[in-house]
Design a binder for this molecule. Sequence first.
Ligand SMILES: C[S@@+](CC[C@H](N)C(=O)[O-])C[C@H]1O[C@@H](n2cnc3c(N)ncnc32)[C@H](O)[C@@H]1O
Length: 394
Amino acid sequence: MTDNQHQQEQAAVRGLLLAVSEEFGHPTAPEWEKALEAVPRHRFLPERIWLRNEDGILTARAIQDDPDGWFAAAYANDPVVTQVNDGKDPGDDPWPSSSASAPSIVVQMLEMLELRAGMTVLEVGTGTGWNSALLSHRLGEQNVASIEVDPEVTARARTALTAAGLTPEVVCGDGRRGWAVRAPFDRIEATCSVTRVPGAWVEQTKPGGVILTPWDNPWVCWGLLRLTVGENGSAEGMFSPYSAFMLMRGQRTDLRIYRDVVHDEHVPDESHTDLPAHEIAEEPWDAAFTIGMRLGNVWQAWDEDPDVEGVARRLWLATTDTKSWAAVDDCGPDTPGFTVWQHGERRLWDELAAAHAWWLAHGEPGPERFGVTVSASGDHTFWLDSPGSPLSDL
Ligand SMILES: C[S@@+](CC[C@H](N)C(=O)[O-])C[C@H]1O[C@@H](n2cnc3c(N)ncnc32)[C@H](O)[C@@H]1O
């Protein structure tokens, strides 16, 4: 590398550190600043990345075609998509299946791990390898293991790590099972989101150790969960807001309303509501997080252009087991209220309205007031404010 290149690289890293600390409102912890300087992010990106165009569509960008744009993307405080559609041909519907996460969330999570020298960490979701490089810089590569489900992504991360002179153990496998060979760990950090914390992670973390993972709920993908494992073998902790990560393979659901949920023979019940359906379903993230907690396995989808006479917009609700669904029709500004259709054992619109009323009645809680206890067998008990107030009793 020439002096010029080195200077350009260090200027870009300093710019990135500034953007990260501006987002936090305080300087980055010195040990992570040093790590970011030592392992420059662009060295972990593949030659072809995927960036969103002005319409929000993921579009391939190759370093050969646009070296400056590629380099600028590496040092923006944004995620960079590095694989789409699990490595298959995306056709005209590319969706992200691997990425380098946004630097600010990477640093925030590293700080939340509260690492000390000599600790061991398992990362779930190696991706580009950049986060495992930062961990290796901080703890020594012998204390870091990382597991990635996708063979091609794994191979690329190993190559990038080796080129950076770092060789933490990188395993290709399903991170839901953790990595028993090296357990127990002081920390398990997932960099893909989960709808349930696998029991294996609880089992493979030392008492007093920490599990940190992005959280996903079918209603809304939002929040981080930080659990501490107790002497009794279960883990307990609380959520915090703001993060949104791609869901872990093995916990994904891929449901389409007309293919999987609504069938010709269904005869839904019809009713009317004057409640503001749009606001209830779309309200602030705190409300959405709470509604997700209350409803459990319910997802939503807006149809902005339903092919139904007199309906301007339709909200779909459905359980992930596809057994119950509801549709809420907005018939335009001249028709007050909404028409509601409900099918199945669960009355999903009624449940949504009740969950929203619960959010208002309980002081509009956000993620910081929710917690969960996870047993070693993977059972989850959600609570509000303290483990003594399980959601099932409230
Ligand atoms: C946001 S990326 C991780 C970013 C990464 N830590 C980095 O520094 O670039 C999420 C990664 O999780 C991986 N992943 C998804 N499901 C997984 C699973 N069941 N086990 C292990 N890795 C998984 C994806 O293939 C993807 O590479």
